[in-house]
Write a protein that binds this ligand. Structure first.
Ligand SMILES: NC(=O)c1ccc[n+]([C@@H]2O[C@H](COP(=O)([O-])OP(=O)(O)OC[C@H]3O[C@@H](n4cnc5c(N)ncnc54)[C@H](OP(=O)(O)O)[C@@H]3O)[C@@H](O)[C@H]2O)c1
Length: 267
């Protein structure tokens, strides 16, 4: 595995094994994303409410990268008209298509079947190569599938050793849904954990690198976010070691359904 490796979605399309998150990456977005491309990042995660779409577009332009070598993940909001919002966000991204367009979160009183149908139409019209969901429970995903016959390619959820769900992992494997792990670094809140520090020292890696590697070992796709160049470098330097199954299990056992955002809506 290396930074350009990919996982295959159930649609047959490849998706990079890790990506860069851009929430609160609003200072010098274009410079930071351009630096990330230079370091080997290929997938960029965004959302209209992060305010980073124009900066990402600028980074692609400045870097001279071919659009096909960049993987863009964007999201529609629960109050959006899904088809029109997709077009609007693609305008901000100055792109003809998103590689992956997600429903950011389910609406309060439904699974968002109407949003899902809008995304299916966007996909049919070539505005999105793949479509998926974020912050969805298994039950909510099943509701979408029952209503449409279309299985989301991805569920993007908060996911770290401190907060994850074996039931969700099993469900996604059965359905062929890839988990994208957001806040994989726990927004730094658990980097000083003793068990994590112990595993990190075994491999002469940092706690952040071990959190990212844990996701790769378990088949989830981490989306760490970093403003600082040293963090960008560190977070992608995770392909020169394998973690033993014993250490993976040690970290997996840290699960306490912890959420840096307040709750795990899927668990
Ligand atoms: N779908 C959703 O509802 C949803 C929700 C939350 C997040 N997300 C996505 O997931 C991405 C990642 O999650 P997140 O931003 O919440 O949190 P995160 O990636 O867990 O943590 C980001 C924090 O970690 C720091 N950091 C990065 N690399 C580090 C390293 N090697 N050592 C120490 N600290 C390091 C960053 O610092 P600096 O910035 O100072 O470098 C920043 O403070 C988001 O940016 C967003 O794209 C999606």
């Amino acid at each position: 595995m290396n930074p350009q490796s990919s996982v295959t979605l159930h649609t047959g399309n490849p998706m990079p094994v890790m990506g860069l998150g851009t929430w609160e990456l609003t200072k010098n977005t274009a410079e930071t994303v351009q630096a990330a491309f230079g370091l080997g990042y290929r997938m960029i995660d965004t959302s209209a409410d992060y305010g980073t779409q124009p900066g990402i577009a600028e980074a692609i332009k400045r870097s001279g990268m071919d659009r096909s070598s960049v993987y863009l993940v964007a999201k529609i909001e629960e109050t959006d008209d899904p088809y029109e919002a997709t077009r609007e966000y693609l305008d901000e991204l100055q792109s003809e298509y998103a590689d992956l367009m997600l429903i950011h979160r389910p609406p309060p009183k439904s699974a968002g079947e109407q949003l899902w149908r809008g995304l299916m139409r966007a996909k049919q019209d070539g505005l999105a190569r793949d479509i998926g969901v974020s912050n969805y429970s298994a039950e909510q995903i099943e509701t979408l599938i029952d209503a449409s016959g279309e299985v989301p390619a991805v569920n993007q959820i908060e996911w770290s050793p401190f907060g994850h769900s074996e039931a969700m992992l099993k469900y996604c494997k059965e359905r062929g849904i890839v988990i994208q792990a957001y806040s994989p670094l726990t927004r730094t809140t658990r980097l000083a954990d003793d068990v994590l520090a112990g595993v990190a020292s075994t491999y002469e890696k940092t706690p952040a690198q071990v959190l990212i590697r844990w996701n790769l070992e378990r088949g989830a796709v981490p989306l760490p976010k970093a403003n600082q160049r040293s963090h960008l470098e560190e977070d992608i330097d995770v392909f020169d070691f394998d973690m033993s199954s014993k250490d993976v299990a040690l970290l997996t056992d840290l699960n306490e359904r912890y959420s840096a955002l307040g709750s795990l809506p899927y668990a």
